[in-house]
Design a protein around this ligand. Structure first.
Ligand code: MSP
Length: 649
């Protein structure tokens, strides 16, 4: 169904406004606001019958003034990983990403290259769309704020703000005088701007003390949203929901802002200054503020405007279960957005995850410094899953993250090639003389009378396998994929140490039945480590872990979280898998050799076309020794090297 057009809105305005008035909250309902637990009703369920709504997760929508960089990819991957995690848990999940295309910043960028703004947006939005596809982002929606259904949603929202709220809570007209920052697309209060010298031109300018971007003085007639009237409701909401933002310390920043800097929000710009945006449906000379326009994207995808318009309707997948944002856009999502939703009586998103930023050589990535990482080249160089792994392993949410090819190379060689790919190679594809197979090892476990169950004095990986699922689950439910990668890698490192110590190739030389039993036991421990790790790592490396689970012959329906337990599945690696893998060429490894980290992405990609394969088998052996050593010491030696390097940077 098409959303109501503007004409419908005008034509049926009386009826509409009557409806809108009915839905509007009273002052007291705003005051007593809490995160509403509105239930989703599936369209097929009968009235009163409630169904669990899908988990709805969003990324910020990206400005299209420039091409995407690694930070944008980070937001997308983080959201995708959490969506896929919900799916591994067996839940339905929906992910929305997209592009933010209106506002002064885009208007000026298009003008600079002498392009029509819409053509300019079309071209750049495609770059973000294509990046999402290349990075295996499983987004269900890609919203563009220039889409007609979004325009309709913004207009419906706007009409509510203007016409249906109690007088002191709705929009009012006034003259706005203040410092506007085009780069950040927001006004800054007087106490958060300061004079500075423009580094390139030597011009005296005013800048935001937060972002150091230039601000300009603006004095114009606009509509205001009375944000200050929502102060108490906001503060009460934060008090009642102390875990609303992850990490928790971000909530203090938000409270501080609300307590000390809150001002009413100017929510239109005169069209004479800003024409590239959505106009006030009742007055084309005013253009709606780009942040109000942009935030509503999260509702557009739920069918707001077209399918529902108020809290008494079936709100589809709204409210969002999780909104992912970078630290620079915290205020918009943790103050403006909840206040706007409160104004309309709509439930607030259930949770925000605020991530830090990627830096290069210790400095903020910026075009003028020339240190912006092109995510497309990085994906091509390292492979989609390896880059996703590196981003997530670094996603700590407590400090900025340092991007460097050296660090990616270390993680790639140690954690992916050696600990994961080579472990599979070691146990699944033994030399013909080795006389073991995963198939036999799993089969022996199925048979209760098999002597493998009577083995004494032999180490198992059980204690590690028993805890890993819970540790990863806790980490992922705490939105901490870095901790999840650490736990999984620790298991694989232990499994590699175990294989080195137990040396199945030596045991295989002994033809006795007891030795055969030992072999089956050893191989089973390691294959369980791989099976469980692969299930747990699917959200982070969807393609590679699917490949690994396929190689292990794990059935499709046994790849959800409940199966990530020691001995839970004893029906994998059947005869057809064994035969298929024996015929696989030796070089067809899960994580092929990569070039050194000290080259730029461009150099590495050029060299890769001439690369002949792995000539460095000694390097792999050394890496295996490092893994075994680390497992014995119980610490990550190379991780310490990484931290030292980051400190230096
Ligand atoms: N259009 C707004 C968001 C509107 S959401 C209703 C915007 N766009 S942005 O393109 O500038 O930024 C999008 C996201 O990328 C933000 O979450 C931002 O924090 C993130 N990143 C921008 N630079 C980054 C890094 N260097 N590192 C990690 N993330 C970064 O803001």
């Amino acid at each position: 169904m098409r959303p109501p057009s503007l004409r419908t809105l005008h034509g049926a305005q009386q009826a509409q406004l009557t409806f809108i008035r009915r839905c509007a909250p009273s002052v007291s309902s705003v005051k007593s606001w809490q995160v509403a637990s509105c239930r989703w009703q599936s369209s097929t369920s009968s009235p009163g019958q409630q169904a669990k709504k899908p988990y709805y997760i969003t990324t910020p929508i990206f400005y299209v003034n420039a091409a995407p960089h690694i930070g944008h990819l980070h937001s997308m991957v983080l959201a995708d990983v959490i969506k896929r995690w919900e799916q591994v848990k067996g839940n339905e999940a929906v992910l929305c990403t997209g592009t933010d295309e209106h506002g002064m910043k885009i208007q000026r960028a298009a003008m600079k290259v002498d392009m029509d703004p819409k053509d300019f947006c079309d071209s750049n939005a495609n770059k973000f769309k294509s990046l999402a596809a290349q990075a295996e982002i499983s987004n269900d929606f890609f919203i563009r704020t220039t889409d007609p259904d979004h325009k309709d949603a913004v207009e419906v929202f706007w009409m509510h703000l203007k016409h249906t709220l109690p007088k002191q809570l709705g929009l009012y007209k006034g003259v706005h005088k203040g410092w506007y920052c085009v780069s950040d697309e927001c006004f800054y209060p007087e106490d958060l701007v300061a004079p500075a010298i423009h580094p390139q031109t030597g011009r005296k300018v005013m800048i935001s003390t937060e972002t150091e971007n230039e601000v300009e003085w603006v004095e114009e007639e606009t509509w205001f949203f009375p944000l200050t009237k929502y102060k108490d409701a906001l503060l009460r909401f934060y008090e009642e929901n102390p875990n609303w933002i992850t990490p928790a310390h971000r909530l203090n920043e938000v409270k501080d802002w609300v307590n000390n800097h809150l001002e009413d929000l100017s929510v239109t710009r005169p069209a004479s200054r800003l024409s590239w945006g959505i106009s006030d449906p009742e007055n084309q000379s005013q253009t709606i503020y780009v942040w109000v326009d942009a935030l509503i994207n999260y509702l557009t995808t739920t069918g707001y405007g077209a399918k529902w318009q108020g809290p008494n309707h079936d709100m589809g997948i709204w409210p969002a279960d999780l909104q992912i944002i970078g630290k620079d856009i915290l205020r918009f999502h943790a103050i403006y957005w909840p206040a706007l939703l409160m104004a309309l009586g709509l439930p607030l998103p259930k949770r925000l995850l605020c991530h830090d930023h990627w830096k290069m050589s210790g400095r903020k990535m910026s075009k003028s410094l020339g240190n912006v990482v092109n995510p497309v080249l990085a994906l091509q160089r390292w492979g989609v899953d390896a880059l996703r792994y590196f981003l997530m392993k670094s996603a700590t949410h407590t400090k900025d993250m340092g991007y460097s090819n050296d660090l990616i190379a270390v993680a790639y060689n140690k954690e992916l090639r050696a600990a994961t790919g080579n472990l599979f190679q070691r146990i699944a594809m033994p030399r013909a003389s080795a006389k073991w197979s995963i198939e036999q090892a799993v089969e022996a476990q199925r048979d209760d009378s098999n002597p493998v169950h009577q083995l004494k004095d032999i180490e198992t990986l059980e204690s590690h396998l028993v805890v890993v699922k819970d540790t990863v689950q806790k980490a992922m439910d705490n939105l901490d994929p870095a901790a999840a990668t650490r736990a999984t890698f620790a298991l694989l490192r232990e499994a590699n140490r175990y294989i080195s110590d137990e040396a199945p190739w030596d045991v295989a030389k002994d033809p006795s039945p007891e030795a055969r039993c030992r072999l089956n036991h050893i191989i089973f421990q390691a294959s369980e480590a791989l099976r469980v790790a692969a299930i747990l790592m699917q959200p982070i490396m969807p393609a590679k872990m699917t490949e690994l689970l396929d190689k292990l012959g794990v059935k499709q329906e046994r790849r959800t979280l409940e199966w990530a337990e020691f001995r839970k599945d004893l029906e994998y690696f059947g005869p057809s898998v064994a035969e298929r893998d024996v015929r696989r060429p030796k070089w067809d490894t899960l994580f092929p050799p990569a070039l050194d980290g000290d080259m730029s992405d461009m150099e590495a990609l050029t060299m890769a076309s001439n690369f002949q394969g792995d000539k460095k088998s000694n390097e792999m052996n050394m890496m295996l020794e490092v893994l075994a050593l680390e497992a014995r010491l119980g610490k990550d030696v190379l991780e310490q090297f990484r931290e030292k390097k980051e400190e230096k940077a």
